[in-house]
Design a protein around this ligand. Structure first.
Ligand code: FAD
Ligand code: NAP
Length: 324
């Protein structure tokens, strides 16, 4: 039997953005419903050590942090639904969303916090060594490679920013790009080329991430020159894949304004999307910072924006009744 659930604030996604929105929404009396999706807790449940989420002196574990966030959201009154949304109708309020088992969710406001997933090269060795030297987030994991040789793969803004960021920890950073020109903005390119700590390998692809003995993790990359086909090996302990992200926005195509990279467009300085009453937060609208703390911060903003939106809508409805 399918059921219909109604709420003042419907939240899609249970990563740091969705759960922070839930905590603020619940404390504002909006009894939010959180549809968790296929990855309850979001991306941080796929990692181990988290050292940069404020409030914890010692290293904490990503899955533990997300369990605590969910428990906090439930404690203040948010309701979790283990469901994944497959259909949306944003053309009228309440917004109507349908889960993959047919359950219907009606929300006076909607907070979208469906996140983004890193793109990977698709190599078996990459999959095998993820979390053991292979990462898609230098800001998250760079610190673990202090004083070691590292490489970044990609040629866009993210790759260049990550290479520059890694020079804080390593004196030997190599940027590996498949072509002979970068896609990154000129100002970032200039900064990169001036930096003595970064070498660039042009026209080069990674063929294999090479693991060491036992639990040693990544020790080298096997490379190929895209013009000559020549093979080479680069010794590194950290390999950062920075070839872009897929924001989880397929559901919203044709319903909301998305940018050229498919991220949800929001009014600058707010979480308001192109549809009044629909708000977006976290990695699904942020292609620059992509951190748990920034996701949590914009989650808070989304709940406050939604609460203000509802207060104004309620006020206007009361005024209309009074005028009759
Ligand atoms: P996500 O965490 O991506 O959560 C998205 C949520 O949306 C999930 O719950 C998913 O199930 C749900 N969802 C998606 N589609 C649907 C749907 N159709 N219906 C319902 N729900 C849906 N950041 C740091 O600050 N520090 C770190 O140390 C750190 N380490 C990281 C390590 C790894 C391996 C990775 C991958 C990321 C790391 N990050 C780190 C980045 C951080 O995890 C993200 O920036 C953050 O999780 C983004 O939060 P979010 O809530 O926007 O989205
Ligand atoms: P991006 O601009 O799409 O660049 C991806 C890079 O990875 C490209 O250089 C691409 O090579 C390379 N690549 C893609 N697939 C590959 C593969 N299979 N093998 C090897 N290389 C591959 O992604 P991004 O750098 O993450 O940036 C995404 C968006 O966010 C952009 O709009 C960017 O401007 C924005 N952004 C902005 C900031 C900022 O303003 N500070 C910071 C980060 C990101 P090719 O060049 O050959 O295609």
């Amino acid at each position: 039997m399918t059921a219909t659930h109604s709420t003042r604030m419907l939240i899609l996604g249970s990563g740091p953005a969705g759960l922070s929105a839930a905590i603020y929404g619940a404390r504002a009396g909006m009894a939010p419903i959180v549809v968790q999706g296929i990855q309850p807790g979001g991306q941080l449940t796929t990692t181990t050590d988290v050292e940069n989420y404020p409030g914890f002196r010692e290293v904490i574990q990503g899955p533990w942090l997300m369990e605590e966030m969910q428990a906090q959201a439930e404690h203040v009154g948010a309701q979790m639904m283990w469901d994944t949304i497959v259909e949306v109708d944003l053309s009228q309020r309440p917004f109507r969303l349908v889960g993959d088992g047919g359950h219907v969710y009606l929300g006076d406001t909607l907070v979208i916090a469906t996140g983004a997933q890193a793109k990977w090269l698709g190599l078996d060795s990459e999959q095998k060594l993820r979390g053991q030297g292979v990462s898609a987030c230098a800001t998250c994991d760079g610190f673990f490679f202090r004083g070691k040789k590292v490489a970044v793969i990609g040629g866009g803004n993210t790759a260049v920013e990550e290479a520059l960021y890694l020079t804080n920890h390593s004196h030997d950073v190599t940027l590996i790009h498949r072509r002979d020109t970068l896609r990154a903005e000129k100002i970032l390119q200039e900064r990169l080329f001036k930096h003595h700590g970064v070498k660039v390998l042009w026209n080069t692809e990674v063929e294999e991430f090479v693991g060491g003995e036992g639990n040693e993790g990544l020790v080298a990359l096997n490379l190929k020159d895209t013009r000559t086909g020549e093979s080479s090996r680069l010794d590194v302990h950290g390999g950062f894949v920075a070839i872009g992200h897929h924001p989880a926005t397929e559901l919203f195509q044709g319903h909301l304004e998305l940018d050229a990279d498919h991220y949800i467009e929001v009014e600058p300085g707010t979480t308001r999307t192109s549809v009044p009453g629909v708000f977006a937060c976290g990695d699904v609208m942020d292609k620059i910072y992509r951190q748990a703390i920034t996701a949590a911060g914009t989650g808070c903003m989304a709940a406050l924006d939604a609460e203000r939106y509802l207060a104004e809508a309620d006020f206007e409805a009361e005024e209309a009744v009074a005028a009759e």
